[in-house]
Every structure is written in C-alpha cells, then in structure tokens.
Design a protein around this ligand. Structure first.
Ligand code: THU
Length: 159
C-alpha cells in the first residue's frame, strides 16, 4: 500500500501585483457583469478568455427558470470562444463575480462541471490554460486546469 499526495501550484497575489496583460483581462471580465442573466441567484459571474491571436472573448452566466438549463460564465465563454475561433487556443481565462452590489471578496472558483469542460479544452488544444481567479482584491493564479481538477477523467480512459 502506498500513499499518494497530490499538490497544486497556485499563486496568490493582489490585483496590483498582476502583470499588465492579466490585469487587463481581469478588468475585461469585470466590465461585463451587467451582461449576466442571473435573475434567480443575483450572483453575476463574468469570464474573459484571451486567445492566442490576442482576441478577448467575454461570457457570463445565463440562468433559466428550469435551473439546470442555465450555464455558468466559464462554459459560456470557452464554448463561445471555441465556436467562434476553433483554430485559436485559449491561453488565459479570468473569472470574477459580482454579488450584492460589489465584486465578491474571495476569488471565485469554477464549479466541477466547468472544470471538466476547461480540462477537455486544455487537452483538446494540447496547451495549458492559465486561470486567474479574481476576488475584490486577492487573486489566485493556476497555470493549468489540471491543478484544480486532480484525478480527472478524460478520453484517455477510452483507449
Ligand atoms: N456560477 C458561474 O457562472 N460560475 C461559477 O464558477 C460558479 C457559479 C453561476 C451559476 C449560477 O448562475 C450562479 O453562479 C449561482 O450559482
């Protein structure tokens, strides 16, 4: 019997400490809170994806009265990016949320379904996606989706 320890490489920093491109991407996410459709939770989530051609794609959560039919900001964004620009990989994804009149204090982390979708996107394009989880001031940066989805399931199990 042996014990396996899984660790993740996560950087914590303030918004002021972000590199210029990262700060711009977070700002871009924050510019789109009002595009969220969140009449039920009132929790507005916005993501901004930087593509390898320099384009920024924005997406927000889109809710539905039949709640499982809505979708999170992260999936809206990567599906939109991959639909519009299938030849261009997402290199960085910034995620931020707004609740009760302000940006949420702690960096918001993607739900399990979004992590699974982000993982497949990363593997599909053969290149890691950096993720910037932005709170009101504190940010967490991970260099690959694998870091936030250990012991993951992917198509390699079909082999
Ligand atoms: N939500 C996201 O869009 N992304 C996340 O990472 C977590 C949750 C959305 C789903 C729902 O519309 C609302 O936030 C409350 O859960």
């Amino acid at each position: 019997m042996k014990k396996i320890v899984i660790s993740a490489d996560i950087t914590e920093c303030s918004k002021a400490e972000l590199e210029e491109d990262d700060r711009r991407l977070v700002q871009s996410a924050e510019d789109f809170f009002d595009h969220a459709y969140a009449p039920y939770s009132k929790f507005k989530v916005s993501a901004a994806a930087l593509l390898d051609n320099g384009f920024i794609i924005n997406g927000t959560n889109q809710e539905n009265a039949a709640s499982p039919s809505g979708t999170c900001a992260e999936r809206t964004t990567v599906f939109y990016a991959n639909s519009m620009y299938p030849a261009n990989k997402v290199t960085t994804l910034a995620i931020s949320a707004w609740y009760d009149g302000q940006i949420v204090k702690n960096p918001i982390t993607p739900c399990g379904s979004c992590r699974q979708v982000l993982l497949e996107t990363e593997r599909r394009y053969g290149s890691p996606i950096r993720i910037i989880l932005a709170g009101r001031d504190k940010c967490l940066i991970v260099n690959s989706v694998s870091d936030i989805l250990p012991l993951n399931f992917d198509s390699s199990f079909f082999d």
